[in-house]
Design a protein around this ligand. Structure first.
Ligand code: MV4
Length: 673
């Protein structure tokens, strides 16, 4: 076995590989770009070497640099992870030439599977089922049309050099053939520099079912069952599960044997995935082979009780596979959801930013080894921690959330629970979208095909509902708590209450296009909170909990638990997590905004009559936007006057205990040039 390996990747997969290496006592060398100097994968490896600027072309794709680092650090092997150089046959060759073991298949196997049409010819010879079609060299338009007519419509034209759905055309009838062929060839030449196409029978409601295979250098090759990855959008997998719902033992054996035949046909070694496209009746056809460890490998690990990275390392070191086919068994059901920094409401645009708050459900990380003997109920593979950023340079995946259950229903329930507990603030995520997806009828009843997301668009993108009273009450109570003086008893909820009158305030919140006015009446104990026609007596109940942002409220006789994260000037960004939901509110502090309008003229005025109770700054002091300048008591409440922008305090016009009239200028303020 190796004593040191280099991990030529970043993010969760680099961390995943490092975890197994550590467990096996293998030292790890990380490589990183300038953008990743503080990344988790750098922290979890034993050594780390900077290889270049942020763009992948100048860092994670620099084969020469990576090999140089491997040699300089004394690594004996290179694990490429997925993406980047993982399916680059020249990199595999270059590693071998440098005397390094490439932890992956032989370069020849990568090449053999690299070309669509060549791979299909090889598969045909190996008796791996192919979609009825034509994938030969004759590209004459009349000939291809004859083939399409023979196959029968609808027919799918695919660019031979294509992948990921690019360069595909569905043709409904012979009359449309020539125009579609010309258009497909134009796209193929411009996208791939090669206009060769193949024609296939078009499957109208296909499922994506892939088989995990593993081969060693001793002639052994096994399959570790299937994964159903039908739930995709624009060829990006969203949910993956194992085993595939509805799979029979006979079909599984047939697909497994076909996948092993495919691997053997190209002299495969290591971890590979044979992708099939399956009809609803279960008939299946070879699509392509991925010659790497896949993103979704954890669902296979969970149902088979294996560590596929350990298998990769053993095979690369020349050891035989740890188990024979007859020793491999399926235990239970696993589902993986990919948590992405993206905005589903805005066409799934990647969302760049910092994970200000990243609270994950109770889970094991792979490092803890919980998925080996007794499967963990929940596993999270992630390459980022709270405080880390999702940068525009790389894939914006935040984490893979993987759950295991004794059956699919238990796994589904655990996924729902885990997603409900997952809290992220700082960037948009697809968590709410995943919640709707897994609870929707199509997925929960396993009515799967690659069109599931598009077909259920209305259900998956509902109109935003108005925030209910518990959400607004949590936001309001968090605001009241944050206004409290430091050092006060945080659970004394009578703040603002006066013997001879009831103080009444209105807090203003906005959510996207909706605005909320939350009425707060101070009581001797708690508050009367009213919003959107609903009203309840609210009290803060003991906090037996968790974190500083957690609140438990009594709303009438209902108990509500929630987490409220506030940030920005005057806590203007308010994130409320409760009941598995996440509401993003904007808090409009009336005093802060009274100041903002006057910032340009350098004045900060009292928006109402009151008394100065504290002055925190002195003349000439530089302050940052949001810094507290003065506290005044107005309307029987204390209000902080904050700097509306970065600037300098010119003059302070009132002192502590002074009475001020409405509109009085409190201090003079200027912005630096
Ligand atoms: C197909 C197909 C229907 N019929 N081939 C899309 C990506 C490429 N690798 C193969 N793809 C498809 N090939 C025939 N004959 C439908 C797809 C397809 C698809 C396949 C797997 C997973 C998701 C998909 C989404 C849309 C279309």
């Amino acid at each position: 076995m190796f004593s040191k390996i280099l991990i030529a990747n970043r993010g969760e997969i680099a961390c995943r590989v490092a975890a197994t290496a550590r467990r096996l006592g293998i030292k790890t060398v990380a490589v990183y770009s300038e953008a990743d100097a503080d990344a988790k994968h750098v922290a979890v490896c034993d050594e780390a070497v900077l290889i270049g600027p942020a763009p992948a072309k100048e860092s994670y794709l620099r084969a020469d640099k990576i090999i140089e680092v491997a040699l300089a650090t004394g690594a004996q092997a290179v694990h490429p992870g997925y993406g980047f150089l993982s399916e680059n046959s020249e990199f595999a060759d270059a590693c071998a030439k440098a005397g390094l073991v490439f932890i992956g298949p032989p370069a020849s196997a990568i090449r053999a599977m690299g070309s669509k049409s060549a791979a299909k010819s090889l598969m045909e010879k190996a008796n791996v089922p192919l979609v009825p079609g034509y994938h030969g060299d004759n590209q004459d338009a009349d000939f291809l049309q004859g083939e399409a007519d023979r196959i029968g419509y609808p027919v799918l034209l695919k660019a031979s050099a294509g992948g990921g759905g690019k360069g595909m055309r569905v043709i409904e009838n012979s009359a449309d053939f020539k125009a579609a062929l010309a258009s497909c060839k134009r796209e193929a030449i411009s996208s791939f520099g090669d206009d060769k196409v193949l024609a296939e029978k078009y499957l109208t409601r296909p499922r994506h079912i892939e088989i995990q295979v593993f081969a060693d250098t001793h002639g052994n090759c096994v399959y570790l069952f299937e994964r159903d990855c039908s739930v995709q959008r624009r060829h990006q997998k969203v949910l993956e599960e194992a085993p595939a719902p509805g799979m029979t033992a006979e079909r599984r054996a047939a697909m497994g044997d076909a996948a092993v035949a495919a691997a053997k046909a190209v002299g495969y070694v290591g971890a590979g995935t044979v992708e099939f496209i399956a009809n609803q009746d279960g008939s299946f056809y070879f699509m392509e082979m991925n010659t790497r460890l896949q993103v979704e490998h954890p669902v296979t690990e969970m149902i088979s009780g294996t560590d596929l990275v350990e298998w990769q390392l053993r095979v690369a070191a020349g050891q035989p596979l740890p188990l024979r086919q007859d020793q491999l068994l399926i235990n239970g059901h696993a589902i993986e959801a990919r948590i992405y920094a993206e905005n589903p409401e805005k066409g799934f645009l990647p969302s760049i930013g910092t994970l200000r708050h990243n609270r994950t459900p109770q889970a094991v990380s792979f490092e803890l080894g919980g998925s080996l003997d007794l499967p963990a109920a929940v596993r999270i593979d992630s390459g980022v921690r709270e405080g880390d950023s999702i940068s525009p340079f790389y894939d914006p995946m935040i984490a893979k959330l993987i759950v295991w259950g004794k059956d699919r229903n238990q796994a589904l329930a655990r996924m729902a629970q885990a997603l409900a507990e997952y809290q992220i603030v700082g960037l948009s995520t697809n968590i709410a979208f995943l919640q709707r997806l897994i609870s929707g009828k199509a997925f929960s009843s396993a009515d799967l095909d690659t069109g599931l997301i598009e077909r259920n668009h209305a259900e998956l993108f509902p109109q935003a509902a108005a925030a209910p009273l518990p959400v607004l009450a949590l936001a309001a109570v968090a605001q009241l708590q944050s206004e409290r003086q430091p050092g006060g008893d945080p659970w004394q909820s009578g703040h603002g209450w006066r013997m001879n009158s009831t103080l009444q305030r209105t807090l203003h919140y906005a959510e996207e296009s909706q605005a909320y006015e939350v009425g707060v009446g101070y009581l001797a104990e708690g508050w009367n909170v009213s919003a959107a026609g609903a009203q309840a007596r609210v009290t803060l109940v003991g906090n037996d909990s968790h974190g500083p942002n957690d609140l438990s409220l009594k709303l009438g006789d209902q108990t509500v638990h929630g987490t409220v994260v506030q940030y920005g000037a005057n806590g203007e960004n308010v994130h409320v997590f409760t009941g598995g939901g996440h509401t993003v509110l904007h808090y409009a502090d009336p005093l802060a905004h009274a100041g903002e309008a006057e910032a340009e003229s350098g004045r900060l005025t009292a928006p109402m009559p009151g008394k100065i109770v504290a002055v925190m700054v002195s003349a000439g002091q530089e302050v940052k936007k949001g810094d507290a300048l003065m506290i005044m008591e107005a309307m029987k409440m204390e209000h902080t006057i904050s700097a509306p922008v970065d600037g300098i305090v010119d003059e302070i016009l009132y002192a502590v205990a002074d009475q001020v009239a409405e509109g009085a200028q409190l201090l003079a303020f200027r912005q630096p040039e």
